[in-house]
Design a protein around this ligand. Structure first.
Ligand code: DHB
Ligand code: MG
Length: 223
């Protein structure tokens, strides 16, 4: 019953509260046709990103891990017309699919996809003195601690950092795990807990994406 019930509840909520329009459905179809892994966030999670962006009145968002730009579309839709997203993607092929998906969604003018190692792009953004209002971390899990460190350097008091996949079907609690992803997530969580000036929480989710979770961190600037 577990997973089937979680999915049915997700379907019910998302049909009513996070329906996909044609641009999002086209993005999913194009991503599947191009052979991208089907690991994008759910529509409900996308709507949450959009809602959070609106709630904090974000103008500039940073995404680490574009994949086919499904999450990017939701995120960009939470920004005002003069808002902008910078999204980091390692794979040139994924970036090509993502750019076409963003164009179809009418958002290509508002999103810059940076192809290459995200840590290199982040270092460039730090050097350029860039700051973001919202950061969404959803790339390789082993690098989450490094992504967090960079995200904090690209933040101002009020910046919201959101990270996907912090539960991984519960594997996060295995302190002896030799899995680089699990170790990365644990080190990310521990770094969050020891960062001054950060108000953080992690929540489990169940549904279309199995048992996983989001971490949320608000940069307060106050230790
Ligand atoms: C994987 C990555 C993700 O970001 C996700 O949401 C689910 C799975 C993965 O690499 O397996
Ligand atoms: Mg993810």
């Amino acid at each position: 019953m577990g997973a089937a019930l979680w999915e049915a509840v997700d379907s019910y909520f998302n049909e009513h509260l996070a329906p996909e329009d044609e641009a999002l459905r086209a993005a999913l179809r194009a991503s599947e046709q191009a052979g991208l892994p089907p690991i994008q966030i759910s529509s409900g999670q996308g709507k949450l990103l959009m809602l959070l962006a609106r709630a904090i009145q974000a103008r500039k968002a940073l995404e680490i891990g574009t994949l086919g730009a499904y999450s990017t579309i939701w995120l960009a839709r939470g920004l005002p017309a003069d808002g902008a997203v910078v999204s980091c993607e390692l794979s040139a092929k994924h970036a090509e699919v993502a750019r076409a998906n963003l164009q179809r969604a009418g958002l290509d003018g508002r999103v810059a996809i940076k192809v290459g190692r995200a840590l290199d792009t982040l270092a460039q953004l730090i050097t350029a003195g860039e700051q973001f209002d919202l950061v969404f971390i959803d790339a390789d899990k082993a690098s989450y601690p490094d992504y967090l460190q960079a995200a904090l350097q690209l933040s101002h008091p009020g910046t919201l950092i959101v990270a996907d996949n912090v539960v991984r079907a519960g594997r996060v609690i295995d302190a002896d795990s030799r899995d680089a992803d699990v170790r990365g997530i644990r080190s990310f969580i521990e770094r969050l807990s020891s960062s001054a000036g950060v108000l953080a929480v992690a929540l489990q989710t169940v549904g279309e994406r199995g048992h996983d979770g989001f971490a949320l961190a608000l940069v307060t600037g106050r230790g």
